[in-house]
Write a protein that binds this ligand. Structure first.
Ligand SMILES: NC(=O)C1=CN([C@@H]2O[C@H](COP(=O)(O)OP(=O)(O)OC[C@H]3O[C@@H](n4cnc5c(N)ncnc54)[C@H](OP(=O)(O)O)[C@@H]3O)[C@@H](O)[C@H]2O)C=CC1
Ligand SMILES: N[C@@H](CC=O)C(=O)O
Length: 814
């Protein structure tokens, strides 16, 4: 005997019903089949809606029922022909007459009891099962209909009745002996109490009906036919890469189904588990897919975690107080108070200090639970020995499930690490000694991110999705986008990083696509995209709450640097070539560094000094390993090095500066390069990274520009430089006459730093620095006589973008 259950979508239309019958017929070629069916998809909700409308004296229920009647008529006309069709249409009309009368009664009374609702809902399965039996017979199959109300005996708890297994087993055996049919079609979800009154088994109860019948018949197999190809490693609506689990134990399936894997109604497993009946979950619309086999002992696989599931709509109730410590009986009283209100406890945790007990309940149970518990402990609350019950709302459980987690160290560590790195705060934890389930309670708003992060950590070791929010697609930003577009498949294949650019914004527009922007079409699309403020962009990053989010600041804007703290607090990583934040007040710089640590998010700004040269990384390596930087000597301006390498006293100085700007070496505002402040902020950043507490005002800046050049706007700056050509020529001639070269040098020693123009003699370390190159000489406790030298191209959009790219990869791989 085989029991096959077909859910609402599997019988939602005539076409689907035909598919379901074909599956049952194929199985029946092996041995007799019990076909348990749900109502035509959506019918139960329609019936409930009609009943509630009638109870609220809303006459709209008549139209709703008429539409439902029409849907059943249409399916009948498609499935049956001739006399069988006429007979079935008449029967359906009669049944809808009964439903109408029932709802009219509800309307007249203005009241809908659980008992009446059960009766009303039962019509869904009664209609579908009779229709399917008739359709199977019409195909010449040896099918018959059996009334579940004469098989499944329950108590009279309407709405969610409890089954009397002994009577049910006897009634099923009687029916088996008396029925000649080879395929029985049975309505799921419904039963009857000892008085013959219709009851229901709770939403999803058709699965349970099937399991009860399988157990009563000691069936060889129970198959649950649904619209997905088995139990999945995670909810596929939340995790795109979720995949079916081939084989799983009853215990694991029970844990997963309890924790939200909706393909299986949780009570279904117990009756078949007791008898060791194999349970398959199969897809009606892809019957050749393997599906999931739930069995006693699936073959062992290396997978430690079998699935990740979640329950939303959770409220934590926290009972807390010093009066609980060491006094037996508090938990008993708490749980009794909840049980009296029939409140189901989903999760329990208690700290070893016994100072608090925390339980998780469905949100709709929170208010009655609070009243019941506060009443129970009224005396202790009045005496101040315990606090009134404290509910925490809008929470959810995310759980790892797997029998192999037992005795396997490191699973919780990985779980907490993965969630922590993504700023998912864990409010409570529960793990039984069986170690089959580790449950975490988190904010409901974090569920999507948390499940994806955990799925990547436990099922996709080779792939990590990274979500980029890029601000400032100017010179450097647009090169970065080009490089990202070129390297996407390389990143996935070689590093397992699926890098998505989710948003690109400049000062005018913002382009967003959560599934990843097209990196070739963005310039035109951005120009058409809506306007957005920086504040809105920040909220966008926070509210999307995507895993492994990185904010990439490719602007030179102080306001952009002002949003880092807010983002780091949400565990969003920051990659910046914008130097404003790292050279702002020391307190702000230190705050960002400490937020990055506290919230496990990277704050990377390698390109702040020497573009893509590994200057900050080298300095960090030295200090982390205990070396002490005593002195630094450096050329840190690509622009100034280019200008003084190319100025020869003939071509005007202003023209050479314009060339540096055109080639993309200068700041968006070139005055910052020429007045020395860009170099000053770089040496400040290096000094800070070397461990010094310094402010910008501590850096001595010796400018070589005549003051008039810094009055007015950028055009005035160029005009004034041209007007002061003699000044620049004099600087050049003096250096040349001495056989020296001009270099704008940054120096740090003993906690003091200065920047300024110098004549450098041949043979000096800085003398031969070509083009737009930068160089940094580190003198440390280990590098005493010969410095550690980092040298190379120190400006330019392409190289800077590649440095930003490298920081993105560092942040992504954390
Ligand atoms: N060039 C180089 O060699 C190096 C540069 N850097 C740094 O790179 C950064 C970018 O330089 P670069 O690409 O040349 O600059 P650009 O001027 O070419 O680009 C700046 C980008 O930032 C955008 N932007 C400016 N203000 C805002 C704002 N308030 N909100 C949103 N977007 C804004 C601009 O948009 P819009 O067009 O709308 O104004 C533009 O897209 C600078 O901080 C620079 O210090 C670092 C190392 C080396
Ligand atoms: N404008 C800067 C660019 C790099 O920081 C420079 O010229 O060095």
């Amino acid at each position: 005997m085989q029991v096959l259950k077909f859910g609402g979508t599997s019988v939602a239309s005539a076409e689907n019903i035909r598919k379901s019958i074909a599956i049952a017929a194929k199985a029946a070629a092996q041995s007799p089949v019990v076909m348990v069916v749900s109502a035509l998809g959506g019918t139960t909700d329609v019936l409930i809606g009609a009943g509630r409308a009638a109870a609220a004296t809303d006459a709209g229920y008549c139209d709703v029922l008429a539409q439902l009647h029409e849907r059943h008529r249409a399916a009948t006309q498609e499935l049956l022909a001739g006399a069988a069709q006429h007979e079935k249409l008449a029967a359906i009309t009669a049944q809808f007459g009964e439903i109408q009368m029932l709802c009219d009664g509800i309307f007249a009374l203005g009241e809908l009891s659980n008992r009446t609702l059960d009766k009303l809902m039962s019509y869904g399965e009664l209609l579908s099962s009779r229709l399917i039996a008739a359709a199977a017979k019409a195909q010449g199959l040896p099918a018959g209909w059996a009334d579940a109300r004469q098989l499944i005996r329950t108590n009279s708890r309407f709405g969610s009745a409890e089954v009397d297994m002994a009577v049910t087993t006897r009634q099923v055996a009687d029916m088996k002996d008396s029925s000649p049919a080879h395929i029985w079609v049975v309505p799921g979800f419904i039963g009857a109490d000892a008085h013959g009154t219709t009851t229901t088994l709770g939403r999803g109860g058709s699965d349970y009906t099937a399991a009860l019948l399988a157990a009563a018949l000691d069936a060889e197999v129970l198959e649950i036919w649904t619209d997905v190809s088995g139990m999945m490693t995670a909810d596929p609506r939340l995790v795109r890469s979720a995949r079916p689990i081939a084989r799983i134990s009853y215990q694991e399936a029970m844990e997963l189904s309890h924790f939200g894997a909706k393909v299986l109604y949780p009570p279904t497993i117990q009756p078949v588990m007791q008898r060791g009946i194999p349970l398959w979950i199969k897809n009606t619309f892809a019957p050749d897919d393997y599906g999931t086999l739930v069995e006693v002992e699936p073959p062992r696989t290396p997978a430690v975690v079998q699935g990740i599931s979640s329950i939303g709509n959770l409220t934590l109730l926290n009972l807390e107080g010093s009066g609980m410590i060491g006094i037996p009986g508090f938990s008993k009283r708490l749980f009794e108070a909840l049980a009296r209100e029939r409140i189901n406890v989903i999760l329990i945790t208690q700290s070893s200090s016994e100072h608090s007990i925390c339980v998780g309940v469905n949100a709709q149970d929170a208010a009655p639970a609070q009243v019941a518990v506060d009443e129970e402990f009224a005396t202790e609350i009045a005496a101040g020995r315990i606090e009134p019950l404290r509910p925490e709302k809008e929470l959810a459980i995310v759980a790892l499930v797997g029998e192999n987690m037992k005795d396997h160290p490191g699973i919780s560590g990985k779980l907490f690490g993965a969630l922590g790195q993504n700023g998912v705060n864990i409010r409570a934890i529960a793990q039984g000694a069986s170690e089959k389930n580790i449950s975490t309670v988190i904010r409901a708003a974090d569920v999507r991110k948390a499940i994806n992060v955990l799925h990547e950590a436990f099922f996709e070791a080779t792939k990590k999705q990274v979500n980029l929010f890029i601000l400032g697609p100017g010179n450097v930003g647009s090169k970065l986008l080009e490089q990202l577009a070129r390297q996407q498949s390389h990143l996935l294949e070689k590093l397992g990083l699926q890098v998505r650019v989710v948003a690109i914004a400049n000062s005018r527009h913002c382009l967003v696509d959560e599934s990843g922007l097209d990196l070739t079409a963005w310039p035109e699309e951005l120009a058409q995209a809506p306007a957005q403020t920086l504040e809105e962009f920040t909220q966008l990053i926070i509210s999307r709450n995507l895993r492994n989010s990185i904010f990439v600041d490719v602007t030179a804007n102080p306001a952009a640097a002002g949003i880092y703290a807010n983002l780091l607090e949400k565990s969003v990583a920051i990659v910046a070539c914008n130097k404003v934040a790292a050279s702002s007040d020391y307190a702000h710089y230190a705050q960002l560094k400490s937020l990055a640590k506290e919230f496990n998010a990277s704050y990377l700004f390698e390109t702040n000094v020497g573009a893509a040269l590994p200057v900050i990384g080298t300095l960090n390596d030295l200090t982390r390993s205990g070396d002490v930087v005593r002195r630094m000597e450096a050329v840190l301006s690509g622009t100034l090095n280019f200008v003084f390498n190319n100025y020869d006293g003939h071509r005007p100085f202003a023209e050479v500066v314009r060339q540096a700007q055109a080639e993309g070496y200068t700041e968006p505002d070139p005055r910052l390069d020429l007045n020395g402040s860009d170099v000053a902020r770089k040496i400040l950043i290096l000094a800070r990274e070397a461990g010094q507490v310094m402010e910008m005002s501590d850096i001595e800046i010796e400018t070589f520009l005549p003051p008039a050049c810094l009055e007015g706007d950028v055009e005035a700056f160029y005009t004034q430089m041209a007007a002061h050509e003699a000044h620049f020529k004099a600087l050049y001639d003096a250096a040349t006459a001495a056989g020296k070269r001009l270099k704008f040098v940054a120096r740090y020693a003993d906690g003091r730093a200065a920047v300024g123009l110098q004549q450098v003699a041949s043979g000096h370390d800085l003398y031969d620095l070509r083009g737009k190159d930068n160089v940094v000489l580190f003198y440390t406790d280990r590098y005493v006589d010969q410095p550690l030298v980092v040298k190379g191209a120190g400006a330019g959009a392409e190289v800077t973008a590649s440095g930003v790219f490298a920081d993105i990869i560092r942040a992504a791989r954390l």
